[in-house]
Design a protein around this ligand. Structure first.
Ligand code: HEC
Ligand code: HEC
Length: 508
């Protein structure tokens, strides 16, 4: 009797201990692996620059792996050594002071790791310098004219395919960088994370190879990206089977200030969408966020901020007398399509599409957006419990859209494909526009209005040589400097009128 009673008590104790251990361990695991918490920013502009939109949940790189990659893959990023601790500068990323992450990268604690990915500012913020010896100034909302996204993708893919992308090299590199990984991290969590990241990058490399391995004339260069290539790859389009004119859809990053007065306009370079929210959800793809992962309140905060965000005023001297002479020229020639001024966008044709036969600029971006894609794109947010979020406003158009010119001084190089370096060059006919020029320098050219584009390097950092034509003078796919030319586009104005018009555009 007594022994039986004792045995039962023993069992109770053992069960309780096991239960206790189970609860503690699962509690520990849960507190480690179930946390989903972004790094938050009180200031709206900081939220734009560094805030998470949820993309890390699916696409995020573990911070420490991302940080260690330039160290283990020095062969794939040789220029990274020029910027110890901020190696990604070699690819055109910007850093403020000693911050851990570049502008345009956000962090979220998710699946037990600090994960990082791009946000809107990666493609929509950049810098300007007055001279080579002055400090760069960061402007949010301007095109990221220095970021070389193709080079970033290639670095990640080449690194993933190399022998260096292994826990044996990456984990010690993380420890050297001060990662302080404990034994569980070193032997379980990070080896698994390295393998998952590698598998994912190799898969993406295969899907995107149709645009990455096409030789120097198909390089985007800094400040440009192929808008719909990624969506096509996700939708499994057979990219090698489609004609060249649908394969190349490369564009210059646009500015994104003052969204409120743009409500109802046909936006995107080809004017293919009139819904602000839908465009933003589509833009969130660029930040890795899809229907299940998008952090809607964080997105709303960016959206609201952009509604009234103004472009920064031109910071250099303006000759007001000359600018005043340019005002009537602008009103006569340009206002009907581009709006009354840099702040007042009302005019009948603003935000409408000019047919390609009239505007005559490079046709590739227009043709790359196909009926097929317009139809299939609706699938990207389908299956989403909220039907209001499905894409329903995308349309195939027949040209490029008239857009307001607010902050136009910061939007160089010009045209949808960034093929014309300065405003002065845009007011020349094609035959007098530069056939090649350098992209990626942030020193400002106050005479021609745009970035200095004739310098090939600065202290060993080489800029990208952008070719508009092949050696026979024919426009290269996606790079043509054609169009927006003729009397109504201002290219036949007398010299003094061009100078006055450009001075006036500095006030926008
Ligand atoms: C990977 C780079 C990238 C990221 C990240 C990105 N964008 Fe963009 N964005 C672009 C490009 C390129 C276009 C032009 C697309 C086109 O028309 O071909 C664009 C267009 C836009 C436009 C329309 C501009 C116009 O006047 O037509 C808005 C608004 C915009 N983006 C907002 C955002 C917001 C908000 C985010 C963050 C959620 C974001 N973008 C993230 C590259 C990016
Ligand atoms: C018939 C309508 C029309 C007229 C008139 C017109 N434009 Fe444009 N403009 C456009 C369109 C459409 C685009 C986009 C073309 C493209 O990117 O392929 C554009 C692009 C531009 C851009 C490049 C914007 C950027 O962000 O890169 C500038 C600058 C510009 N126009 C200035 C002017 C000036 C100055 C005048 C007057 C001399 C003028 N435009 C007259 C329709 C017009």
């Amino acid at each position: 009797m007594i022994t039986g009673q004792r045995q039962r008590n023993w069992w109770k104790v053992i069960c309780l201990v096991v239960l206790f251990l189970f609860i503690t361990v699962s509690g520990l695991l849960a507190s480690r692996f179930l946390v989903d918490e972004p790094v938050r920013y009180a200031d709206d502009e900081d939220h734009f620059k560094y805030g998470s939109l949820g993309g890390e949940r699916e696409a995020g790189f573990p911070y420490w792996i991302w940080k260690a990659l330039p160290r283990v893959c020095t062969a794939q990023l040789p220029d990274g050594r020029r910027y110890p601790g901020q190696e990604y500068k070699a690819l055109g990323f910007l850093y403020e002071g000693e911050k851990l992450l570049p502008v345009g990268m956000s962090m979220r604690r998710h699946l037990g790791l600090d994960r990082v990915f791009l946000n809107c500012a990666a493609c929509h913020a950049s810098t300007v310098r007055e001279t080579p010896v002055t400090e760069p100034r960061i402007y949010t909302g301007m095109p990221a004219h220095r970021l070389n996204l193709m080079a970033f993708e290639r670095f990640l893919f080449d690194c993933a395919k190399s022998a260096a992308f292994s826990p044996d090299l990456i984990i010690p590199a993380i420890q050297e960088l001060g990662g302080g990984l404990n034994l569980f991290d070193q032997f379980v969590v990070y080896p698994l994370a390295v393998h998952l990241m590698r598998a994912r990058l190799v898969m993406l490399d295969q899907r995107l190879s149709f645009m990455l391995d096409k030789g120097p004339t198909r390089e985007w260069g800094p400040g440009r990206v192929d808008t719909f290539a990624f969506a096509k790859a996700l939708l499994n389009f057979r990219m090698d089977d489609i004609p060249l004119r649908e394969q190349v859809g490369v564009v210059d990053f646009p500015s994104i200030w003052l969204q409120k007065p743009r409500i109802g306009m046909q936006l995107h370079w080809d004017g293919n969408n009139t819904s602000l929210e839908e465009r933003n959800r589509s833009a969130a793809f660029g930040a890795g966020a899809t229907a299940p992962t998008l952090d809607r309140s964080a997105m709303k905060r960016v959206e609201n901020w952009l509604l009234a965000r103004e472009p920064p005023p031109y910071p250099f001297p303006i000759d007001q007398r000359v600018a005043a002479k340019g005002a009537p020229i602008y009103r006569r020639y340009c206002a009907g399509c581009h709006g009354i001024s840099g702040r007042n966008f009302t005019d009948d044709r603003v935000g409408k599409v000019v047919p390609i036969a009239d505007i005559n600029t490079d046709p590739y971006r227009l043709d790359s957006y196909t009926y097929d894609l317009a139809v299939n794109q609706n699938l990207l947010y389908a299956g989403n419990e909220n039907p209001d979020e499905r894409f329903s406003h995308f349309r195939k158009t027949n040209g490029y859209a008239n857009m307001p010119l607010d902050g136009i001084w910061l939007r160089a190089p010009y045209l949808h494909n960034g093929s014309v370096p300065t405003l002065r060059d845009l007011l020349e006919p094609r035959s007098k526009r530069p056939t090649k020029f350098y992209r990626g320098y942030d020193v400002y050219d106050q005479q021609r209005v745009g970035f200095v584009s004739t310098v090939n390097q600065e202290q060993g950092h080489h800029f990208f040589l952008f070719n508009t034509t092949d050696d026979k003078g024919r426009s290269l796919p996606g790079n043509g400097r054609d169009g927006h030319e003729g009397a109504r586009y201002g290219t036949e104005l007398p010299e003094t009128d061009k100078v006055a018009l450009i001075e006036h555009l500095k006030t926008f």
